[in-house]
Ligand binder design. Structure first.
Ligand code: PPE
Length: 306
């Protein structure tokens, strides 16, 4: 689906018109992929739009930047405020939010140190990432021939722009082969994550997800799944998973800000089937929580209008 333009984009402290939010072709990050970003969502609630776990996302943005030694020229509070302002001025009740920190125009060459650090925040309406059909009946997954990053080649804890070439290639391979989405294995052969989502299997009522050491991003939605699972009496643990654990899973699902909670209906043509009760319950509670309907999770809702 083509991007749906909104009114304003926050760029380096100013709100500029959507069509004027441009960068020079010699922007450092365009050539070398050195930048960090976040994916956040704001949801419609009875008290107006609420950004989901905003503080956690901005903390991860600063941590990603720290890993690459990118010095963000704004404080945590300034970025939090700018995010809310951008949602507010665009008048959207719900939206996807994309903050990006990148090395700008100035010097060329691999040394990142002389480059200016630029920050932008854009928002736009974004529906279901993996399709309505996928949310309802599950997506068909393919294990990619591309491996996830080795932690000493690319740091999985960082949400670095250039790191997503790996995800793009896996996505391309899956789509060209007729599947909805890819699963990547770590260089050691354990299940890591999907191109832009964490992965879970359910076995005898216990939800199992790969540990960060298998190379996955520490997902904020994944952490919400952990909390919801603990609060609803499901077992939850992090453990290494083999591809055969996916093939024999009783239920499997994925989680991410863009994707939300999506059931997996098959992996490499091994049928898992229609979404099971654990997946459905997690989906249902998550959808209520993001909309500010669950008292217990109120601290996850950051209201844009104060
Ligand atoms: N793994 C990867 C590689 C990843 O990119 C994401 C988010 C996750 C796990 C889940 O993290 P969290 O959103 O905190 O639960 N991917 C973002 C970008 C997706 C995109 O296509 O762009 C997102 O979901 O916003």
């Amino acid at each position: 689906m083509p991007l749906q333009p909104t009114d304003k984009i926050w760029m380096d402290g100013e709100l500029v018109a959507w069509e004027d939010a441009k960068v020079h072709v010699l922007t450092h990050s365009l050539h070398y992929g050195c930048g960090v970003f976040e994916g956040i969502r704001a949801y419609a609630t009875s008290r107006g739009p609420a950004v989901f776990r905003l503080g956690d996302h901005i903390t991860r943005l600063f941590n990603s930047a720290k890993i690459f030694m990118i010095d963000i020229p704004f404080t945590y509070d300034e970025i939090v405020d700018a995010t809310k302002t951008t949602v507010r001025v665009n008048g959207l009740v719900s939206c996807y939010i994309r903050p990006i920190v990148y090395l700008g125009y100035g010097e060329m060459g691999l040394n990142p140190l002389p480059c200016p650090v630029n920050v932008s925040i854009a928002v736009w309406p974004w529906g279901t990432y993996l399709g309505d059909e996928g949310v309802e009946h599950g997506v068909r997954m393919k294990i990619s021939s591309w491996k996830r990053h080795d932690p000493n080649v690319m740091p999985p804890a960082a949400k670095g722009t250039g790191m997503y070439i790996n995800s793009s290639m896996a996505k391309l391979e899956a789509l060209k082969s007729g599947y909805d989405e890819a699963i990547l294995l770590s260089p050691q052969g354990y299940v890591s994550e999907c191109t832009g989502e964490n992965i879970f299997v359910v076995r005898d009522g216990v939800i199992i997800t790969p540990p960060v050491s298998a190379g996955a991003l520490e997902g904020i939605t994944q952490d919400s799944v952990r909390t919801i699972a603990n609060d609803h009496g499901f077992g939850y643990r992090e453990d290494n998973l083999l591809r055969s654990d996916l093939y024999t899973a009783q239920e499997a699902f994925l989680s991410g800000t863009a994707a939300e909670i999506v059931p997996i209906r098959s992996v490499d043509d091994r049928e898992i089937g229609e979404p099971g009760p654990v997946t459905r319950k997690i989906q249902e509670v998550f959808q209520a929580a993001v909309r500010g309907e669950v008292d217990r999770y109120k601290n996850w809702n950051d209201y844009v209008d104060g």
